[in-house]
Ligand binder design. Structure first.
Ligand code: SF4
Ligand code: SF4
Length: 370
């Protein structure tokens, strides 16, 4: 998906006077705190899930903990399938319902606040960002992939997304329900854990290569390969919040463009509409000029008979990092609390079923591949 470059500003002809911003930017500090919260939450879920699996692997001996349903956030395909099941039948799926609620919450975040899921919440995005930072420490900069290689590579994630979309699109609600009740569907989360625990040599090589590439090239995984990010990017096209630049206040220093992890030409756009914009606000943080760049709603329309709004009208409709945090938290906790309160958060399977399946998880093969 190509970067949308509508409303490109003509090249500046004369140097403008810098009116420095009055308040320091706090967006990156606040975003980091949100990222840390979600990394810790995922670490806690991971440890609890591991202990839950080990209990059944030991034959029901040792510390017994509850299965953390939140781990289903790592089952995006189950989330997509269950969402289709729900939309078709109107029934909340019995198996991995949390995957559906979390998927819907993340999708809603993208519909409202660009691809904020990727830069504020996803732990993979957080690790990817830190690896790129490490690369800048070691090599003083990240590699910029040439545009002619970058554009086709960015298309890869849409191809992967298209593959899953076609596969799920071909499944009826009844087929999805049956799939989820197969041993493979029931313990898809355990199989995912085992993928990392019993990693094959080739999988380990791929993961190490992804780590190294993420050190060299900023957001390598997110930018080129993540189908989840691709879907969130498509949803973000509908977001009313966008990065907007006021050419009158802008001094054309291009600091915003240099700070953008998605390599977007922020300094030449009036509105950043790209699917690659993750609402990280790094551009806003880098901008030295007062009222030049913000994440904001569209300016008010010109009303007939009334004077045109000031060019800064959109600035008054700007949304700061605390407001973004509040929106994301409301959506996340809103979905989780609703699912819990309505009794649809947990997969309610008897322990006897898990006791039979979990120790033999590696023997459960994908129903279509038997
Ligand atoms: S730096 Fe600005 S334009 Fe670039 S991804 Fe972040 S919010 Fe979007
Ligand atoms: S950082 Fe970007 S928006 Fe801000 S003054 Fe420089 S070019 Fe203009």
């Amino acid at each position: 998906m190509a970067t949308q470059t509508a409303e490109i500003n003509p090249s500046p002809t004369e140097k403008k006077k810098l009116i420095r911003r009055t308040a320091p930017d706090r967006s990156q500090r606040i975003r980091l705190l949100v990222q840390i919260f979600f990394v810790l939450l995922n670490a806690w879920l991971g440890v609890q899930f591991y202990l839950w699996v080990r209990y059944f692997e030991r034959g029901g001996v040792g510390l017994q903990v509850a299965r953390p349903a939140g781990v289903e956030g790592w089952l995006p395909i189950a989330g997509l399938m269950n969402s289709k099941f729900f939309l078709r039948t109107g029934h909340v799926p019995a198996i991995h319902p949390a995957a559906m609620f979390l998927f819907m919450a993340f999708l809603l975040m993208s519909l409202l606040v660009k691809k904020s899921f990727c830069s504020w919440i996803c732990p993979v995005g957080t690790v990817s960002e830190r690896l790129a930072k490490l690369g800048r420490k070691i090599f003083r900069r990240n590699l910029r992939v040439h545009r002619w290689i970058d554009i086709p590579l960015r298309g890869l994630k849409y191809l992967i997304l298209g593959f899953f979309a076609v596969m799920i699109g071909m499944m009826s609600a009844a087929t999805i329900g049956e799939f989820m009740h197969t041993p493979y569907g029931l313990i898809a989360d355990v199989k995912m854990l085992n993928f990392f625990r019993d990693m094959s040599q080739s999988a380990a090589i791929v993961i190490v290569a992804l780590f190294l590439l993420s050190i060299l090239i900023e957001n390598f995984w997110c930018r080129y390969l993540c189908p989840y990010g691709a879907l969130m990017g498509l949803a973000s096209l509908l977001s009313p919040l966008k990065i907007r630049r006021n050419p009158d206040a802008c001094i054309d220093c291009a600091k915003c463009a240099r700070a953008c992890p998605s390599n977007l030409p922020v300094d030449r756009l009036v509105t950043v509409r790209s699917v690659e914009c993750a609402a990280c606000m790094a551009c806003v943080a880098a901008c030295p000029a007062q009222d030049a760049l913000q994440l904001s709603l569209a300016p008010n329309r010109v009303k007939p008979g009334l004077p045109a709004p000031s060019p800064l009208a959109w600035y008054r409709r700007a949304v700061g990092p605390l407001a973004i945090t509040a929106i994301l938290a409301t959506i996340f906790f809103g979905f989780v609390l609703y699912a819990r309160a309505s009794g649809h958060w947990h997969t309610n399977l008897p322990n006897a079923v898990y006791q039979e399946l979990v120790p033999h998880a590696n023997e459960a093969s994908h129903p279509g591949l038997e």
